[in-house]
Design a protein around this ligand. Structure first.
Ligand code: HEC
Ligand code: HEC
Ligand code: HEC
Ligand code: HEC
Ligand code: HEC
Length: 502
């Protein structure tokens, strides 16, 4: 019995000891786990880029970068999703032909590939696919220069280029690839592929079957430090030309600063620019006006400045190697030598109040996203109107509906003015055609054709810009006002040569 009592007392004692032991072990585990996580978080804060995989300049496949930076990669991948807004965004299936919204576009582009197929933009994930598929590429000869902004192309430039320094190789490869027919150049990019750091990929180990990718992490980030950087030679040469000009650029203070120096070394955005400027420069690698055709190497026309008439003056001064004045194509109806504008987002933003106030592309299009303790830049690059709370309300303390209404007012006014410009241009085309029919000579028509060049360049500059006036409302209205004026002046001139008015 006693024994029994002792035994049961002992048992109770041991149960107590056991429980205490288990509890202390759990407590110890919890405390150590806490300490470890705190330590890890501290380490993360010290070095947020603990790399699991060693990415390099040749890692154009974003999935490997995604192993290190999963949050940014998750956002990046979402660019396949639809993002439609009233005037912006894109569909996931087939983007609309622009001519459905602007019927006058088809005649404006008569005789040019853009009259065949010209669609709304959509998410970054589609950029290479949409280029491969457009009838502008499948039915017209294009060059490898098109790839500069539609794929992760830098390793191919390096592989094909000659030179002693990295930059020399890049510039040489850029002009070589750019001069090739599109399909051949595309094959070269596929041949380069991406290196695979998982298989111990040395710099030159490429996975050929991987093909090529749209804009990738390596295009905006240094693989060693993850710092923002620009890679595209078109942008670097263009921004250097701008720096060398006298055009005031108060929204780009590092250029103004560089101009005050001895100019011994060329302006280098990757060294001279501020972090805030880089948050726009990375986008300016592609969202710009450019020349890309068979006659000369791709260039950004910024030698005289970024405004519509400054770019026009550069084109007017520019001579092709054959000595002829610059033009993109001859209008099929009127014979005018014309300029085609391409998505001048960087240039238009440059004229707006946001640029002047130091607000970068990434502030609105890649706003911060809170994920647990981390602040992450949203790599689902898309219309800010789909995330007004993060894109706008950080600076503007108005409710969402009010901000939406402000944007709608700006965009609707711009849209109405665009349609009026389109109508004025159509009247000009009709007047020139009629004058020609009535026997007006080329010399007589010439001045009207020159006015068509000016009117069309301005109209296209605003139509091809993707914010429907938002990036710089007053500037866009000024440009459209000039366009309408030039079109009507041309119409009056051409009408003089029509029979019924003589
Ligand atoms: C102050 C905020 C702001 C800044 C700064 C800004 N944007 Fe925008 N952007 C907008 C808004 C608003 C729209 C209109 C979106 C819509 O209509 O859905 C837009 C439209 C666009 C579009 C078309 C988007 C789509 O979904 O169709 C592109 C491309 C674009 N911006 C690029 C840029 C680039 C490049 C820069 C910098 C050079 C820039 N933006 C700077 C607010 C901004
Ligand atoms: C390598 C060139 C390149 C760079 C760099 C680039 N873009 Fe784009 N962007 C494109 C192309 C090409 C498209 C159109 C893709 C298509 O329609 O298939 C596009 C589309 C877009 C769209 C429309 C998205 C949608 O959902 O409709 C926005 C907004 C945009 N870009 C903003 C930016 C911003 C902001 C940056 C800088 C952070 C940037 N882009 C950097 C080439 C680029
Ligand atoms: C300087 C950079 C750049 C170059 C060079 C470039 N693109 Fe683009 N492209 C863009 C950007 C940015 C967009 C998205 C904005 C837009 O659609 O207006 C785009 C959109 C497109 C689209 C989708 C919308 C459309 O126009 O139907 C196609 C297709 C396209 N480009 C084809 C081409 C072809 C073909 C070439 C060569 C002749 C070319 N691109 C050269 C930057 C570039
Ligand atoms: C078109 C340019 C562009 C591309 C492509 C791009 N990024 Fe970024 N990334 C940015 C910008 C802009 C920031 C903000 C940087 C800053 O403010 O210093 C950023 C920030 C980051 C940061 C810093 C932390 C943060 O979220 O702000 C990481 C990490 C990052 N990106 C990873 C990636 C990865 C991974 C990819 C490819 C899947 C990628 N980025 C593709 C432009 C780009
Ligand atoms: C980083 C700060 C910042 C962000 C983000 C920002 N803005 Fe602004 N915005 C400004 C500043 C600064 C001005 C200049 C006027 C002022 O001081 O209020 C301005 C001016 C404006 C104006 C008057 C524009 C004009 O041309 O008269 C509108 C409209 C506007 N913002 C809308 C927006 C919308 C919509 C968004 C989001 C897509 C946005 N802003 C994002 C700072 C910002």
């Amino acid at each position: 019995m006693n024994l029994d009592i002792n035994n049961s007392q002992k048992k109770r004692k041991w149960t107590v000891y056991g429980t205490v032991l288990v509890l202390t072990s759990i407590a110890t585990l919890v405390v150590s786990w806490l300490l470890i996580t705190i330590f890890e978080h501290k380490e993360e804060a010290k070095n947020p880029y603990l790399k699991l995989v060693n990415v390099s300049e040749e890692t154009t496949d974003p999935q490997y970068w995604g192993m290190n930076w999963a949050r940014e990669y998750d956002g990046y991948k979402r660019t396949v999703e639809p993002s439609k807004t009233n005037f912006g965004g894109g569909d996931a299936v087939t983007p609309h032909e622009k001519a459905e919204t602007y019927p006058w576009l088809t005649r404006m582009f008569a005789g040019y590939a853009f009259s065949l197929d010209y669609r709304d933009r959509r998410g970054h994930a589609y950029m290479l696919l949409d280029q491969e598929k457009t009838r502008r590429v499948t039915e017209k000869p294009q060059t490898g220069a098109c790839l500069h902004c539609h794929t992760s192309v830098m390793p191919t430039y390096r592989r094909l280029g000659d030179g002693n320094t990295d930059w020399e190789k890049i510039v040489s490869g850029f002009s070589k690839l750019g001069a090739m027919p599109y399909q051949l150049a595309h094959e070269e990019v596929v041949k380069t592929g991406s290196n695979n750091p998982m298989t111990g990929g040395g710099a030159q180990k490429f996975e050929h079957e991987e093909g090529s990718h749209p804009v990738s992490c390596v295009d905006c980030h240094d693989p060693k430090s993850m710092q923002l950087r620009v890679t595209r030679p078109g942008f670097i040469l263009g921004i250097q030309a701008l720096a060398n000009s006298n055009e005031p650029v108060p929204h780009l203070p590092s250029i103004e600063q560089w101009r005050k120096g001895d100019r011994h070394e060329a302006y280098n955005p990757n060294v001279d620019a501020s972090r805030q400027e880089m948050r726009s420069y990375v986008c300016g690698q592609c969202h710009v006006e450019y020349y890309c055709g068979p006659k000369t190497t791709l260039f950004f026309p910024w030698n005289n400045g970024l405004k519509v008439e400054e770019i026009e003056s550069m084109y007017d001064q520019y001579k092709f190697p054959d000595g002829h004045r610059f033009f993109d194509w001859k209008h099929q109806e009127t014979g005018a030598e014309l300029l085609k504008a391409q998505h001048p987002e960087f240039e238009t933003w440059s004229q707006g109040i946001h640029a002047r106030s130091g607000v970068a592309c990434a502030d609105c299009h890649m706003p911060y996203l809170r994920e647990g303790a981390m602040k992450v830049s949203d790599h689902w690059v898309r219309s800010p109107l789909l995330m007004i709370n993060r894109s706008c309300q950080t600076c503007h303390p108005y409710d969402e509906s009010q901000l939406k209404a402000r944007v709608a007012t700006i965009q609707n006014r711009n849209f109405e003015l665009l349609q009026r410009s389109g109508a004025a241009l159509t009247d000009l085309l009709n007047a020139i055609n009629q004058a020609k029919k009535d026997g007006a000579s080329d010399a007589q028509i010439h001045d009207a054709q020159e006015l068509q060049r000016k009117a069309q360049w301005r109209l296209d500059f605003v139509a091809a810009e993707n914010s429907m006036g938002f990036h710089a409302p007053q500037e866009s209205a000024r440009i459209l006002g000039e366009s309408i004026d030039y079109a009507r002046q041309g119409q009056i001139l051409a009408t003089q040569w029509q029979k019924n008015t003589q």
